[in-house]
Design a protein around this ligand. Structure first.
Ligand code: PLP
Length: 371
C-alpha cells in the first residue's frame, strides 16, 4: 500500500537526535518556556525573515491570539468583519469566531483554490477590518493584490500559513513575512511537523509581539502579575526541541515535495483529471497535491483498489457543516464544486520515486468506463 503520508518514515531519521534532545530537557529540567522554545522562536523568526516569532500551543491558537492581540491594541473590535476564504480548513473560520469577530466568506479562484482577490472588494463594508489570507495546500495566496486592497481600505492582513512553511514570494520573501502577522501550525502532518501539537506566530509588529508573548502565558510577562486577560497556549518545550532538530531540513523536505509535484504535473496525462495550477515559481511548497475530477469517489475507489491511499481536503465545505447550520442555505458554487471534485494524492519528502512512478502509471490507466 502506498500510504498517503508516512509519518513514521518522515520522523525515523531524526530518532537519535530526538532522544538526545529528550535527555537534554530532562537534564535541564526546565519544562515550560525554556531554552528550546527561545531557540526555536529565534530560529524560526530568522527562517521567515521576521523580527519576532511567538511559540504557541497550536495553529488554531496562533490565529485566535493574533486577533485577540489586535483587539487588545484597539486595532480590532468585537463584531468587526474579517474576510476569509470560503473553502479553507474550518480552523481559519473558527478562529475568527473564537475572537468574537465575524467571518465573511469569499469564494476562491477555481485554478489556485486560493481566495479570489477580485471578489474581496465587493464584500468590504464599513465593518470590515481584516483579511485572513490562507495559503491553501502550500501555495501562497495572491499577497500583492490582497495587500494592495488592504492598504486602500485600511484593513489588517493576517496569513494563515499553517500549510505553507517556507513558500516564497518573488526571490526571498517567505510566508509569515507577507502580512501584519502570520499563524503557523506544527501539527505532525504539516510540512514542519512536531511530535504533537505546536504553533507559532510571526510578525514584524513589535507592539503586537509584546502583547502576544504575554497573552499566550495568562496575560502575564512577570510571573503572577497579569496585564491582559490571557490564555494558556505556550509552545511545549519538548516540541520546540524536536522542531529545532527538524527546522534545518525544512527546505530540503520542501524541495523533495516539489520534485514529486513536478513529476505529477508533467507525467500525469489523463483528460478526466484536472491537475493543480502552479506558475513554477517558489510560491508553492506542496503541502498537498490536489487534483480534481468529476467522478471523484469513483477515482478514489479505483486508486484504493490499486493500493494507493488518498485523502479529501476537505469533504464538506465550511458553510455546509452542521456546526454552521445558520449558513447551510447560503450558496458558494465554486467552493461546493471544489469540495465535490477534489482528491489529494500521496506526496511527502519520503515518498520514493518508484512509488511516484506507480501513482502516475495507475492514474494514466484510469478510465471512467471501467465502472
Ligand atoms: C492545520 C491548520 C490549522 C490549524 O492548526 P492546528 O495546529 O491543528 O490547530 C489552521 N489552518 C489551516 C489552513 C490548517 O491547515
Amino acid at each position: 500500500m502506498i500510504s498517503f503520508l508516512d509519518l513514521k518514515k518522515i520522523n525515523a531519521p531524526y530518532e537519535n537526535l530526538f532522544q538526545e534532545k529528550l535527555k537534554l530537557v530532562l537534564d535541564n529540567s526546565w519544562y515550560i518556556l525554556g531554552n528550546e522554545v527561545k531557540t526555536f522562536e529565534s530560529s524560526f523568526a530568522d527562517y521567515c525573515g521576521t523580527k519576532f516569532c511567538i511559540g504557541v500551543g497550536n495553529g488554531f491558537d496562533a490565529l485566535v491570539l493574533i486577533f485577540k492581540g489586535y483587539i487588545e491594541l484597539g486595532k480590532l473590535q468585537k463584531g468587526d468583519e474579517v474576510i476569509v476564504p470560503s473553502n479553507t480548513y474550518i480552523a481559519s473560520i473558527l478562529a475568527v469566531l473564537q475572537a468574537d469577530l465575524v467571518p465573511v466568506l469569499v469564494e476562491p479562484n477555481l485554478e489556485t483554490y486560493n481566495i479570489n482577490p477580485d471578489l474581496i472588494l465587493e464584500k468590504i463594508t464599513f465593518k470590515t477590518k481584516a483579511v485572513l489570507a490562507v495559503h491553501l495546500y502550500g501555495q501562497l495566496a495572491e499577497m500583492k493584490k490582497i495587500n494592495e486592497i488592504a492598504n486602500q481600505n485600511d484593513l489588517l492582513v493576517i496569513e494563515d500559513a499553517a500549510q505553507a512553511h517556507g513558500a516564497n514570494l518573488d526571490e526571498n520573501k517567505k510566508s509569515g513575512n507577507l502580512s501584519n502577522a502570520a499563524a503557523f501550525s506544527f501539527y505532525p502532518g504539516k510540512n514542519l511537523g512536531a511530535l504533537g501539537d505546536g504553533g507559532a506566530i510571526t510578525t514584524n509588529d513589535s507592539e503586537l509581539a509584546k502583547v502576544l508573548f504575554s497573552l499566550r502565558n495568562y496575560g502575564s510577562e512577570k510571573k503572577y502579575y497579569n496585564e491582559y486577560i490571557g490564555v494558556n497556549s505556550r509552545l511545549d518545550e519538548l516540541q520546540a526541541a524536536f522542531l529545532n532538530v527538524k527546522l534545518p531540513n525544512l527546505d530540503q523536505d520542501n524541495n523533495n515535495r516539489i520534485v514529486i509535484a513536478k513529476r505529477y504535473l508533467s507525467e500525469i496525462k489523463n483528460d478526466k483529471i484536472i491537475l493543480p495550477f502552479w506558475d513554477f515559481s517558489n510560491n508553492h511548497v506542496f503541502h498537498l497535491f490536489v487534483i480534481r475530477t468529476e467522478n471523484r469517489d469513483q477515482l478514489q475507489q479505483y486508486l484504493l483498489e490499486n493500493r494507493i491511499q488518498t485523502v479529501i481536503h476537505y469533504p464538506v465545505a465550511p458553510h455546509k457543516q452542521k456546526a454552521f447550520s445558520n449558513r447551510n442555505n447560503l450558496s458558494y458554487p465554486i467552493t461546493e464544486k471544489i469540495h465535490n471534485e477534489i482528491l489529494s494524492l500521496p506526496i511527502s519528502p519520503v515518498m520514493s520515486m518508484e512509488e511516484v512512478d506507480f501513482v502516475i502509471e495507475i492514474l494514466n490507466k484510469y478510465r471512467i468506463e471501467f465502472y
